[in-house]
Design a protein around this ligand. Structure first.
Ligand code: IMP
Length: 435
């Protein structure tokens, strides 16, 4: 039995979809434990491309089981759409291979509304400025807020009409005061929510259950379990670049609370590192590159959001950020993705440390006030011109690519476990046996 976690070690979009899909071959169970449909994983399987937001990518493999853990926030409409789209493409989704935790919180329409309202300019009659995070607008933050303030609706509540009605009634009382008072939006009606509940329950009831029991049974039976993280370490609610973060624990530590696995369950933590850095939305990004190099990275890497289509900000690899993720998540090895994108983009740089008030620092400062004062100190690498998509071992790589990887491994502080040299499953240098 082996348990492996895959977590992002940057600002998300590290290419987790492909790696999770690859590792799923050896796993029996694939579990999501945080985030929601703010995530977007693109997978290329043969000639087919899949963009998944909620359903764990493990579902694409026959004979595997996929769980959406209690720490995930679920938009039932998105889930139903995704399940239907997969089914239409011949991917079987049944209660035997897919379960959503009855304790996972439901993203309600008023959460999406609130998320968008907060990110838009206030009506001119309202006082004050506001903090724009650049969220995905999916209602993630407001849903987690309701969870923490105990006003949330959970997937299990969809199956209990009376309880749903009472909880929804309480939840919309405050929301409506905000909508009509501050934001100039129409009220949410309880009857509309009840109609949604009925529709959602009719489709999803067979899939809602005790996901953690399924996980515990699998662990007891000695099965291989893969935990699929979403977003990245620097977007973590506590340790990321607050307040420019998402609202969940994106670190491996989030697995316990978000799935019911106990500490000590994990045998390995694979940290995903894109060979350069990207970020979507607002917030500090010390190694961001503007102008031609940034544009070339964006085009070569097709760096546009899977979820929102927004162009991603691009920059040099930041070993300080990755090293911090290694410390936070106990990363045992690194999966370097999109190395092929750097072909012809040399010379390449990796930030090995920051200078803050004349001091060299090797981990991200916990506050963005200090981060804004940090100056990256770079190491430079020649880069490479060759097509590397055919490489299946480190020895197949040109020396320019090898040197860059050696530098990355050395500076980030964890050994390489895998290097992705192209979008397809097979375009991978596997250096470690995960299961
Ligand atoms: P939210 O998660 O929609 O609340 O967005 C909060 C921040 O996290 C914003 O900067 C988003 O761009 C970012 N974010 C959320 N999900 C992802 C993701 O899957 N990849 C990259 N950035 C993300």
């Amino acid at each position: 039995m082996t348990s492996v976690a895959v977590v992002g070690s940057q600002w998300g979009d590290e290419g987790k979809g492909k790696v999770v899909d690859l590792l799923t071959e050896g796993a029996d169970l694939v579990v999501r434990f945080q985030g929601g449909n703010n995530a977007g994983h693109t997978l290329v399987v043969g000639s087919e491309t899949y963009a998944l937001h909620l359903v764990p990518s493990g579902i694409l493999h026959q004979g595997k089981r996929a769980l959406v853990g209690n720490g995930v926030v679920v938009d039932p409409d998105v889930l139903i759409e995704e399940m239907d789209a997969l089914a239409a493409r011949g991917v079987a989704i049944t209660p035997e291979n897919f379960t959503v935790s009855s304790s996972a919180h439901v993203i309600m329409p008023y959460h999406r509304l609130l998320d968008s309202a907060r990110e838009s300019p206030l009506p001119s009659s309202s006082p004050g400025g506001r903090l724009v995070i650049g969220t995905t607008g999916r209602g993630i933050g407001p849903c987690y807020e309701d969870k923490a303030s105990r006003q949330g609706l959970r997937m299990g509540d969809l199956l209990l009409p009376d309880r749903f009605r009472e909880r929804a009634r309480t939840a919309i009382m405050e929301k409506n005061a905000l909508f009509t008072g501050l934001y100039g939006l129409p009220e949410t009606r309880l009857s509309d929510l009840e109609a949604l509940r009925e529709r959602w329950a009719a489709r999803l009831a067979p899939f809602i259950g005790d996901a953690r029991k399924i996980l515990w049974d699998a662990l007891e039976e000695g099965r291989n379990v893969l935990f699929e993280g979403a977003q990245g370490s620097q977007l973590d609610i506590d340790h990321g670049t607050y307040p420019y973060v998402t609202s969940s624990t994106t670190l491996s530590g989030g697995i316990c609370g978000g799935s019911g696995a106990s500490p000590g369950t994990l045998d390995r933590v694979l940290g995903l590192v894109k060979a350069y850095t990207t970020r979507v939305g607002e917030g500090p990004f010390p190694t961001e590159v503007f102008g031609t190099h940034g544009d070339r990275l964006r085009e070569a890497g097709r760096e546009y959001g899977t979820t929102t289509g927004r162009p991603r900000r691009c920059g040099h690899l930041d070993a300080v950020a990755v090293r911090t993720a290694v410390a936070l998540s106990g990363i045992t090895s690194l999966a370097v993705t999109k190395l092929d994108v750097l072909r012809g983009l040399g010379p390449l740089k990796i930030a090995e440390s920051y200078l803050l008030d004349g001091q060299t620092i090797r981990h991200m400062p916990p506050d963005i006030h200090d981060l804004a004062l940090c100056e990256p100190v770079y190491r430079e690498y020649g880069g490479f011109e060759e097509d590397i998509s055919g490489a299946r071992s480190l020895a197949d790589l040109p020396s320019g690519a090898r040197k860059y990887l050696d530098g990355l491994e050395d500076l980030c502080g964890a050994p390489l476990g895998l290097v992705s040299v192209g979008p397809e499953r097979g375009e991978t240098v596997l250096l470690e046996k995960f299961f």
